[in-house]
Structure formats: structure tokens, C-alpha cells
Design a protein around this ligand. Structure first.
Ligand code: SF4
Length: 323
């Protein structure tokens, strides 16, 4: 068996408070292969960004990993992510201005990043910077411009160039296009996907938007209230979602089934529970329209790509029928 690029195994994160410990992630496990584009999807508070932050070693105190491990090409990086951040794992945030220095030209920022991580002489780093700008669709003649002289979409292209400059193995992109015009979003996501595929770099794309998942990713991991509830190839999950939460997310997403603009999309009733009020059993049970009696008492085990009592019961029933 080959070693996956990234293996997250049983990752749990807690935020200790004075009276209780808030469990923000509970036993998240997944693997990621080189060149694969994996989407994390779920509503706000599902744990998507937190999982990305834990991998990058960027958990905000008092948050801390309480169980599990994170390995990159077989090396443990939990507790030591600073050593891989930037060089081996690049990060793209929603707001490009968090990654760009407003006081320095984009060319200087690219050259500095290239020199820092790839140890190239100035001339070679300059040529590499120009090539990167060209690859992301920006005229290299504009390398002397400052970030504020570019549009939002152009700035995010520059951030993609900066993230790719150290030739990382993995890029974590957290809602990278949410702040952009809809017409620009698809172009930027397609660019990110293409450039990573060309380099064999893997991507974790964090989004709340099932449409983005459908367009951009190879595989999808659905998170709910700090737990992984479904994981599978994107095409298979979109064609036949198995977890009731995934079905709800898809039903509430426009454009997946070419609905008309007048169509009122069904919403999942209720809202994501807060960390201080996580329900027992399946954390989705107060919002689930197919809940079974066990669902409010016993947490479902993640098996065959899904964590759901109803799905497990149906699988058992089908197996019995087949027998
Ligand atoms: Fe619904 Fe129960 Fe499945 Fe949770 S475990 S999603 S409550 S059927």
C-alpha cells in the first residue's frame, strides 16, 4: 500500500472553557492523494475551516488537538506544522488582502517568496515570478504594481501565484472565491484546479457551496457540527447523496438541477447547533426528517463513507434481502 499524501486520523479539537470543554472536531479521518482535489462542505460551524487550520497548525488558542494525528507523506506534522506551512502546504484565504502586503509590489512579494523557499538567485526568481504571473493570467509587465491596483479577482489570482510559488504539495483554499463576483468565481476556481493538476499538487477546497463542490472537486467530505458525515467521489455523492444532511445541502443549492429562477428552494429546517449545545447521539437528529429512535441517543459510526443509522439499517436490510 502506498503512503497517501495526507492522512488525518481521528482528529479531535477542543476549546477548553472555564466550566466545560467544547468539542469542535470529533474524530475526523480522511486521506488525500497527490493531485487530488478534495472539497470540505457544510454550513458555517461545521468544522471545515477548523480542520484546515488544524492541518496548518493555525488553531487559535485556546483551541488544541486532543486526539488523532496528521501525517504528510508519512511524517507527523501535528505539533510541527510551522515546518511545512508555506513550503509544503500553501494556504489561500477568502480575502486576498490577508495574504498580500499592501506596501510592496506584487513582483517583489513573489520574488521574495520564491527566494525564501526555493533558494534561487535574484534573476532566476524574477523570471519565475514573471512566469507565475503569466500562468495566473496577469501580464508580467504589471509586476511593479501594488495589490490595491488590481481587482478582487486579479488579487486572488496573485494569491494563487504566491501559494504556488514554493511548489507546495498541498494547497488549502478556504472559501477562496466567496468574496468575488459570481462571474469571476468559476474562472478563479478553474484556474486553481488546472494549475494544481498540472503540478500534481493536491487541494483541500473549503466551501459552503455544493455548486462549487460539483464544479471543482474530485472527492467531497461533508462535515456537520464537527463530525464527518459523508465522504465519497464527488460525482457519486452528487448523483446519489446518502446522508440526509448531504441531501438537504443539495436540495437547497441552486443550479445543480437547472432549476428556474422562480423556484423556491427547500431549506434544511433549524440551524447548526453551537459548540456549547451539541445534541447527543447523531448531532443532526433535531433537523433530520428520517430520524430513528436511536438517533438521539447513539452516535452513528462512520462506515462505508457515511455516518447514519438509517443508512446502516437500509444497508443491513438490503444485505438480508440479498441473502
Ligand atoms: Fe438522521 Fe439518524 Fe441518520 Fe442522523 S443518524 S442523519 S438523525 S437518520
Amino acid at each position: 500500500m502506498t503512503t497517501p499524501l495526507l492522512h488525518v486520523d481521528g482528529l479531535s479539537v477542543e476549546f477548553p472553557q472555564r466550566r466545560q470543554r467544547l468539542q469542535a472536531l470529533d474524530g475526523i479521518s480522511f486521506t488525500l492523494e497527490a493531485g487530488e482535489v478534495l472539497g470540505f462542505v457544510g454550513e458555517s460551524g461545521a468544522g471545515k475551516s477548523l480542520t484546515g487550520a488544524a492541518i496548518m497548525g493555525l488553531l487559535e488558542p485556546p483551541g488544541r488537538i486532543t486526539a488523532g494525528s496528521i501525517t504528510l507523506e508519512g511524517r507527523r506534522i501535528d505539533g510541527n506544522a510551522a515546518g511545512v506551512r508555506g513550503r509544503e502546504i500553501g494556504m489561500i484565504f477568502q480575502d486576498p488582502l490577508t495574504s498580500l502586503n499592501p506596501l510592496r509590489t506584487v513582483g517583489d512579494q513573489l520574488v521574495e517568496t520564491i527566494q525564501l523557499h526555493l533558494n534561487l538567485p535574484a534573476e532566476a526568481a524574477g523570471a519565475r515570478a514573471a512566469q507565475l504571473l503569466e500562468e495566473v493570467g496577469i501580464d508580467p509587465a504589471r509586476r511593479g504594481a501594488f495589490p490595491h491596483e488590481f481587482s478582487g479577482g486579479m488579487r486572488q489570482r496573485i494569491v494563487i501565484a504566491l501559494a504556488l510559488a514554493p511548489e507546495p504539495k498541498l494547497i488549502i483554499a478556504d472559501e477562496p472565491t466567496t468574496a468575488l463576483d459570481v462571474s469571476i468565481q468559476a474562472q478563479v476556481l478553474a484556474l486553481l484546479r488546472r494549475l494544481c493538476k498540472e503540478r500534481g499538487a493536491a487541494v483541500i477546497l473549503i466551501t459552503h457551496d455544493m455548486g462549487v463542490i460539483a464544479e471543482t472537486t474530485d472527492r467531497v467530505a461533508v462535515l456537520y457540527a464537527g463530525r464527518l458525515v459523508e465522504d465519497g467521489l464527488t460525482a457519486a455523492v452528487i448523483a446519489a447523496p446518502r446522508h440526509p444532511y448531504t441531501r438537504g445541502l443539495m436540495a437547497s443549492t441552486p443550479n445543480l438541477d437547472a432549476v428556474s429562477v422562480d423556484t423556491v428552494l427547500p431549506q434544511i429546517p433549524g440551524s447548526m447547533p453551537g459548540l456549547s449545545a451539541l445534541p447527543d447521539g447523531c448531532r443532526f437528529h433535531p433537523r433530520c426528517d428520517v430520524a430513528l429512535p436511536d438517533c438521539s441517543r447513539v452516535a452513528p459510526v462512520f462506515a462505508h463513507g457515511v455516518a447514519c443509522h438509517k443508512f446502516a439499517a437500509e444497508q443491513k436490510g438490503e444485505a438480508a434481502d440479498a441473502g
